[in-house]
Structure formats: structure tokens, C-alpha cells
Ligand binder design. Structure first.
Ligand code: 5GP
Length: 201
């Protein structure tokens, strides 16, 4: 017997408080060519070293809202006081050609994707919440970044606690340990996900 059906890509949603290392996890898989990273639109300012079109599409609030109005965004939310959103066409095109897509998005965006009711999305979805080992560890990881001013840092810490209440809405949870261990477990999950029969057209 032959399996002739075309395989769809996985829609991998990775959420968790800033500073858990979720973006690094996602980027590593994409750097190896095993998935594509969904580059989001945002109205926040670029951090030093961030590149427009690679890390984010940096937009003005007016540009962002115009894209929402035109229906170009798959999901969007206000996070830490700024707008963030995913481009719909990029996600769908890649899933349909069998390429895994990773979305690094917050809990509000993840809830919108789960609720979108699209059959393709339902079949492809694999959502994981990355938990810091403790609040103290998160605080030290975030302060090590030094990319935020004090007010922005405290806002991120406050939002982290609120985000962590949503972990049980996800299919999977990864309690962050060492970088190597996190990467190993994340890769294992994606590998297992690629064997799901529900990903066939
Ligand atoms: P940062 O400003 O640190 O890059 O991201 C802040 C938060 O926004 C992170 O939790 C990140 O996952 C989330 N985020 C990034 N892109 C998107 C997006 O397109 N949609 C939503 N809903 N959240 C996003």
C-alpha cells in the first residue's frame, strides 16, 4: 500500500513570557531549514540589531491598522502596549506546500488562532507553552537582556504572570531548563508532530 496524499505543514504556535528563550528555540529550527518563521508585524520600535523584514515588519500604528482593515492579518493583539500581528498569506501558503510554520505569538493571538474555525488550521495546529522554571529565574534572564528600560521591564514581568495563567489552554507545555535540554525536547515534539496522520490532505 502506498501513501500518496500530500502532507500539509504543521502550524506550530510557541507562546510564553518574554525571556523564556522561546524565540531562540523557534529560530534554531528555522535556521536548520526544518520550518519557516512567521515574521510578525509590530508597532514597537526595533531593538539594536533587529532587522526590518527579518525580526519583524516594523510598522506605524496607522499602517498596522490599515492591514487589519484589509483583512491581511491572521491574528493580532496588543502586547506590552504595542500591536503585534501575523500575516495570513505567508502562513497559509507554507502550510499548503507542506512546510512547517512557527508562530512566536502571545496567548491572545494563540486563542484567536484556535478559535478561527478553519479546518486547515485545526488539522495543522501544534501549540506549546514555554514556562520559565520560576519567576526569579525569569527575572534574572530578562534583566540579563538589558534591552528594556525599567518601566518596560516591569511591565513585561507583570504580563508574564498574567500570561502564565493560560498554559493549560495549550496542547503541550515545556518547563524551561537548560538551553540544550529545551532544544532537545522541542525538536522531539516537532519530529513526533510530523508523523501525525491528521496532517494529510
Ligand atoms: P517582543 O517585543 O519581545 O519581540 O515580543 C513581545 C511579545 O509579543 C512576545 O510574547 C511575542 O510572542 C509576542 N508576539 C510577537 N509577534 C506576535 C504576533 O504576531 N502576534 C501576537 N499576538 N503576539 C506576538
Amino acid at each position: 500500500m502506498q501513501l500518496t496524499n500530500q502532507r500539509l505543514g504543521q502550524l506550530i504556535i510557541v507562546s510564553g513570557p518574554s525571556g523564556t528563550g522561546k524565540t531562540t528555540l523557534a529560530r534554531k529550527v528555522c535556521d536548520r531549514g526544518e520550518a519557516v518563521f512567521s515574521v510578525s508585524c509590530t508597532t514597537r520600535a526595533p531593538r539594536p540589531g533587529e532587522v526590518d523584514g527579518k525580526d519583524y515588519f516594523f510598522l506605524t500604528e496607522a499602517d498596522f491598522l490599515a492591514r487589519v482593515e484589509r483583512g491581511e492579518l491572521f491574528e493580532h493583539a496588543r502586547v506590552h502596549g504595542r500591536l503585534y500581528g501575523t500575516l495570513k498569506s505567508y502562513v497559509y501558503e507554507n502550510l499548503q506546500r507542506g512546510m512547517d510554520v512557527i508562530m512566536d505569538i502571545d496567548v491572545q493571538g494563540a486563542a484567536q488562532v484556535r478559535a478561527c474555525g478553519d479546518e486547515l488550521v485545526k488539522r495543522c495546529l501544534l501549540d506549546i507553552f514555554v514556562m520559565p522554571p520560576s519567576i526569579d529565574e525569569l527575572r534574572s534572564r530578562l534583566s540579563g537582556r538589558a534591552t528594556e528600560d525599567v518601566a518596560a521591564f516591569e511591565l513585561r514581568m507583570l504580563n508574564a504572570a498574567a500570561e502564565m495563567e493560560h498554559w493549560s489552554a495549550y496542547g503541550y507545555v515545556l518547563i524551561s531548563g537548560s538551553r540544550e535540554d529545551d532544544a532537545r525536547r522541542f525538536d522531539a515534539l516537532l519530529e513526533a508532530g510530523r508523523m501525525r496522520t491528521s496532517l494529510r490532505e
